[in-house]
Ligand binder design. Structure first.
Ligand code: PMP
Length: 288
């Protein structure tokens, strides 16, 4: 069954779906996006994703291209037409539209809205629980990483370094030697004392929806949690480490730059968080 993309009011087979050559998303990365997990046809943490989209749009001085209610309907229709089955991901992009190439905002341009969706195999405790390796790279991004913009070149280059090193993810490091986040995930450690640590959601990182869900889960479970930056050396010496993201969910980090974290095996706290997060996704897949 062919995949269907939504582009500016129309549902089209992927081969026919296209945006204009002077779309500002294409020429200036002048756009924002969201990636939303879909469990049993239902978007996971939908309101949080739409709140973050609202924030990204506002920070770039873009209006909503349609009402929030209309966007939710298009999301559901895109999900329905792509037959995601048990699990999948929805991609949503809004740009400032197509206009003759000139940096300043166009006086009149209709915003471009694109949505695509694809089925994914449903992650399990086993598939998530086997640990991953990460490499560290310099964080060479701009100073508004809190905005989920489609300007992703620095993270594209970082992820490629990870792939070439046989790793799953790259952790980016700021000028103070502190880890900001992964190229497409948030970074966490668990200290020897059992405290969960992740960087505060300021302008240096994207406030991940999975990050926020994990904070909620950790609090509800009575785990000790603190928001503060940590260095590469602290992460390498931590008891446990893990990443969080919509499509990767929660995955234990067992190696950083080839150095084993803790015992070199997935940590107990992380494995419990994986189970609880899977329960959260199940519950989201049952909401009406
Ligand atoms: N940081 C960056 C840079 C990302 O690209 C992502 C994934 N979009 C995340 C963190 C995790 O965010 P979320 O949990 O909302 O997927």
């Amino acid at each position: 069954m062919g995949r269907i993309a939504y582009v500016d009011g129309r549902y089209l087979p992927h081969q026919q779906a296209a945006v204009r050559v002077e779309d500002r998303g294409f020429q200036f990365a002048d756009g924002v996006y969201e990636v939303i997990a879909v469990r049993r046809g239902r978007p996971v943490d939908e309101d949080d994703h739409l709140d973050r989209l609202d924030r990204s749009l506002r920070e770039l001085r873009m209006p909503w291209p349609m009402s929030r209610r209309a966007l939710r309907l298009v999301m559901r229709e895109t999900i329905r037409r792509n037959h995601l089955g048990a699990f999948g991901a929805l991609y949503l992009q809004v740009t400032r539209g197509a206009a003759p190439r000139s940096h300043a905002f166009p006086a009149t341009a209709k915003q471009t809205v694109v949505m695509t969706a694809r089925p994914l195999s449903l992650p399990t405790a086993e598939s998530l629980g086997c640990g991953i390796g990460v490499v560290t790279v310099a964080d060479i991004r701009w100073k508004r990483c809190d905005v989920k913009s489609v300007s992703l070149l620095a993270t594209v280059l970082g992820k490629q370094v990870a792939v070439e090193a046989g790793c799953y993810e790259a952790w980016m490091v700021d000028e103070q030697g502190l880890i900001t986040e992964g190229t497409a995930s948030n970074a966490w450690i668990v200290t020897a004392g059992g405290e969960l640590v992740t960087r505060r959601a300021d302008t240096a990182i994207l406030n991940g929806i999975t990050r926020m869900a994990t904070i909620g889960i950790a609090r509800a479970a009575g785990l000790r949690f603190v928001e503060r930056p940590f260095s590469v050396a602290e992460a390498k010496g931590a008891a446990e480490a893990f990443i969080t993201s919509t499509t990767s969910m929660i995955r234990p980090v067992i190696r950083i730059d080839g150095v084993a974290v803790g015992s070199g095996r997935p940590g107990g706290t992380t494995v419990r968080l994986v189970d609880w997060y899977l329960d959260h996704v199940e519950a989201e897949g049952r909401t009406v």
